[in-house]
Design a protein around this ligand. Structure first.
Ligand code: 13P
Length: 252
């Protein structure tokens, strides 16, 4: 599938960034303006910065995404943000089911699926995260876990144009550890197989991102793996130079 779909490199800023961080988004914008990159580039700032980031990158090809959304469009849900609100602030996508939300907020597959449906309702692309813990990996359960999460978290109506899967092994997030290229290839192939089995041609076209300690130093190797259609980048997306170093893996 690699090569038939346009790859996506998305930066997940997580709960990082005050207004000064906008300078990094502007630096990415300025650099991309001068280069030709084969990938789509997305920044997912915290909700507080979304509208300002949209302003900061206005006129560029940089896409914006949220990091989570509520299932409802509006209502008495203090502190929550809806997919419609993210879209209104300039987002084109939203990450749902990130392992930090699954772990810290106890989000279950069915909630993640409802959030993905909310994203689609609002016209956003849902970036649906899956991935095994260290314990599940050492028990040999990686593919089982990922298949179960996919089955439970993806809406039946998911399409290639509005759904991206991000494989993020929990033990690789923020640790500097990454799976071997062979491991990534195996899990991404299993994900592709599951997507095709359920969504046929749409599943063949869905992008599957790898996430977990992607850096400029390992991006080229990771992003060249079959069925890896881009990256979801955490820590290295906070500095424009690092993020651009990853995007450059798709440079012409
Ligand atoms: P790191 O790139 O910091 O490991 O984070 C990955 C991640 O969780 C992106 O969503």
């Amino acid at each position: 599938m690699t090569g038939s779909v346009r790859p996506l490199v998305a930066g997940n800023w997580k709960m990082n960034g005050l207004a000064a961080q906008l300078a990094e988004a502007q630096a990415v914008r300025d650099a991309l303006g001068e280069s030709s990159v084969a990938a789509e580039v997305m920044i997912c700032p915290p909700a507080t910065l979304l509208a300002q980031t949209a302003w900061a990158v206005k006129g560029s090809s940089i896409l914006l995404g949220g990091q989570d959304c509520h299932t409802e469009a509006a209502g008495a849900y203090t502190g929550d943000v809806s997919a419609e609100m993210l879209a209104d602030a300039g987002a084109r996508a939203v990450i749902v089911g990130h392992s930090e939300r699954r772990a810290v907020h106890g989000e279950l597959d069915r909630q993640v699926r409802a959030k993905a449906e909310a994203a689609h309702r609002a016209g956003l692309t849902a970036i649906v995260c899956v991935g095994e813990t260290a314990g599940e990996r050492s028990a040999g359960l990686t593919e089982d876990v990922v298949r179960r999460q996919l089955a439970g978290s993806l809406p039946d109506a998911a399409m290639a144009a509005n759904t991206v899967v991000a494989y993020e092994p929990v033990w690789a997030i923020g640790t500097g550890l990454t799976p071997t290229a062979a491991d990534v290839a195996r899990v991404h192939a299993a994900i592709r197989q599951a997507l095709i089995a359920r969504f046929a041609g749409e599943g063949a076209g869905m992008r599957i991102l790898y996430g977990g300690s992607v850096k400029p130093t390992n991006a080229r190797e990771l992003l060249a793996i079959e069925n890896v259609n881009g990256a979801l980048v955490g820590g290295a997306s906070l500095k424009a130079s690092d993020f651009l170093g990853i995007v450059a893996a798709y440079g012409n």
